[in-house]
Design a protein around this ligand. Structure first.
Ligand SMILES: Nc1ncnc2c1ncn2[C@@H]1O[C@H](COP(=O)(O)OP(=O)(O)OP(=O)(O)O)[C@@H](O)[C@H]1O
Length: 304
């Protein structure tokens, strides 16, 4: 599948510190690419560089298979919709009037307004002044602005920030529907693992400016394998007996963690331990959650 966005060795330095380090981001066509990372990891900085709002210190950015430079930037970005930080509107004007202004700026025919209002489900509130909009309505208006001109690529920076649970759910469903219904590719950032888990097809995890994981969501899930936890009265001896059998063992607190074993295999190994006078006091099944994986990868607890 072709990459709609590809960055190579992308870096951004602020002061003396490299905030984005050698990023090779690859966003496949038709994906909802979840760009996940703790606060301050470098998500916004990366998205701003892709959108030409911040100048890379090093590296290159390819969008729609064209390497972006100062000459072609405008023509490439014309096909990209974005929602970065809280958008500002004319509060004394209605949602519809604000969209009319964006149409003029983007040279998009005004007949598109009804279509985008429908997509973001704001048709009924279109004549209300934006100053009377809720935060969720303002975010949806921001998305409507981004959708004007039918861009093939949407870049959204934490679009659910500050929304209530119902607003979050609505925004999430909306984003999920865009590739299938409108043939778009979406790059969306979040610090919420659960959110990315629910809407992304692909995931890139950034920590301290470095991309530490990039693959399909399914591949991330595959890492959340099940394991067997055993506790014995002599874990050191138990570990050496199991290792003799070729079983990889990891010590964790008072437990030995083993890979997932089927019942006959587990029975065989417990019998072996028994024969070698190792007394087993607990056998449990453990599931490594996505949160554990995120923590392992980033060294930071995840927000849920
Ligand atoms: N214009 C700037 N000048 C100096 N430092 C900056 C600038 N913009 C961002 N930074 C720093 O770069 C780092 C990455 O910030 P960035 O906003 O990209 O993180 P983020 O992953 O989007 O996090 P958040 O979700 O908190 O916005 C932070 O340490 C931030 O303080």
């Amino acid at each position: 599948m072709a990459a709609i966005i590809q960055t190579n060795g992308l870096c951004k330095q602020y002061g003396k510190i490299l905030r984005v380090k050698d990023l090779d981001l690859s966003v496949p066509e038709g994906a909802v690419y979840g760009f996940l990372g703790p606060n301050g990891a470098g998500k916004s900085t990366t998205l701003k560089m892709i959108l030409g709002l911040a100048k890379p210190t090093a590296g290159s950015i390819t969008v729609f298979e064209k390497t972006v430079n100062s000459k072609n930037r405008m023509s490439i970005l014309k096909n990209v919709g974005s929602l970065i930080e809280s958008p500002s509107y004319y509060g004394h004007l209605s949602g519809h009037e604000n969209l009319q202004i964006i149409c003029t700026l983007k040279s998009v025919p005004e007949k598109e307004i009804e279509r985008v209002l429908q997509i973001v489900r704001l048709e009924k509130q279109k004549d209300k002044k934006v100053s009377q909009y809720s935060l969720g309505m303002k975010q949806r208006l921001g998305l409507a602005c981004a959708l004007l001109g039918s861009p093939k690529l949407l870049i959204l920076d934490e679009p659910t920030n500050g929304l209530d649970p119902a607003g979050i759910q609505e925004m999430r469903e909306l984003i999920c529907s865009l590739p299938k219904e409108y043939g778009m590719t979406v790059l969306v950032s979040s610090h919420l693992l659960s959110e990315i888990d629910q809407m992304a097809t692909n995931v890139g995890i950034i920590s301290k400016g470095e991309l530490i994981f990039q693959s399909s969501l399914a591949a991330l899930h595959q890492k959340s394998s099940r394991r067997i936890a055993i506790r014995t009265l002599d874990n050191a001896r138990a570990a050496s007996v199991l290792q003799e059998q070729g079983i990889g063992v990891e010590m964790q607190q008072n437990y030995l963690l083993l890979p997932e074993l089927d019942d006959p295999e587990l029975a065989r190994h417990t019998m072996r331990l028994f024969e070698r006078n190792v007394q087993i006091v607990r056998i449990e099944q453990r599931e490594k959650s996505l949160e554990d994986i995120f923590l392992e990868l980033t060294g930071r607890a995840v927000s849920l």
